[in-house]
Design a protein. Structure first.
Length: 321
């Protein structure tokens, strides 16, 4: 379990950062490439040494899902150019039974190599907030989220998994970092986070892919540490080696391509930015109790619904949290 001092620090750090926001002013900006500091201080993410569900390419995810509403298909398979034509109530539903662990779902081919390179592109989005402030969001996508064990049963599985970290820069200097953790989050001052060669070190929960500031177990949701993430210094994932890059203008809710690196950069050249505006769900709808794959334990379910994408993650926030 997290040491009590770490929990208290996390709470206090998040509280201080969340109440010390700045006014969101509209800037005249013609976005081009992302700033150098977005790469110099980009997070180093460490996947757990026993991870089974690796980073995924959103293009491949779309090639293996069908949009459904109420468990009924409403359209054929989509691509990034057509995704925003779907209603926000649609779920990108797996064409395979997730329990069979198809290759696209486990994404083992995207396991990072010894340099930290993964074949699955990350998504990096920069947002100007005024007064020299730029928030850079680093989004990570996985085609499957594996839940945790609670008294011998696994709870919290879902198809599709968007997680992110955000670093706030003021005049090009990093000042704070935000870490998404399930349906909640933590935030830290820049000096409080550990670093390697200037890069903040982020530890990814085994299967759940929540982002933590320290390795080890991290309890959440259920009291007494019964439900806990496990993280360690496992496989390094350096997202700057393969990504799609964008600027987001909060005043107009528009995305502009900033170019990318690796597979993400190559794919992005022929893609539109409209997919980022889609507010639908990137996985299956929570299975009903009549589905033999589903069960619940005191309100916690084996399978829950997939998540929304980057546009729904409060990109225009004035506070860090």
């Amino acid at each position: 379990m997290f040491a009590s001092s770490i929990v208290l620090f996390s709470f206090l750090a998040c509280f201080v950062l969340c109440v010390s926001g700045v006014e969101n002013k509209i800037l005249e900006h013609n976005p081009t490439s992302l700033p150098d500091y977005a790469f110099t201080f980009a997070p180093y993410s460490y996947l757990h040494s026993s991870e089974l569900y690796f980073p995924s390419d959103i293009v491949e995810h779309l090639q293996n899902t069908i949009p459904e509403i109420n468990f009924t298909a409403i359209a054929p398979m989509q691509n990034l150019s057509t995704l925003d034509s779907l209603p926000s109530t649609a779920f990108l539903t797996s064409v395979d039974d997730p329990l069979t662990n198809p290759a696209w779902l486990t994404s083992i081919a995207n396991k990072p190599d010894s340099t930290g390179y993964s074949h699955a592109p990350a998504t990096i989005i920069a947002v100007e907030k005024g007064d020299g402030i730029v928030d850079v969001f680093y989004f990570y996508f996985y085609s499957f989220n594996q839940g945790n064990f609670l008294l011998g049963v696994v709870l919290g599985d879902h198809v599709g998994d968007w997680e992110h970290t955000m670093i706030r820069f003021i005049n090009g200097d990093p000042t704070a970092i935000f870490l998404s953790e399930h349906s909640f989050s933590s935030a830290y001052t820049w000096d409080a986070i550990t670093k390697l060669n200037g890069h903040p070190q982020v530890y990814v929960g085994n299967g759940t892919h929540a982002n933590w500031a320290t390795p080890g177990p991290h309890s959440y949701t259920v009291p007494f540490g019964l439900l806990a993430d496990q993280s360690d210094v496992g496989l390094l994932w350096d997202v700057t080696l393969n990504f799609r890059g964008f600027w987001f203008d909060n005043s107009t809710s528009t995305f502009t391509s900033a170019g990318g690196i690796g597979i993400g950069g190559s794919e992005q050249e022929s893609e539109t930015t409209s997919w980022l505006l889609w507010l639908g769900l990137w996985g299956d709808e929570q299975y009903p109790s009549t589905d033999p794959r589903q069960y619940d334990f005191d309100g916690q379910f084996k399978f829950s619904s997939g998540p929304t994408g980057p546009f729904d993650k409060n990109l225009g926030r004035t506070t860090v949290c």
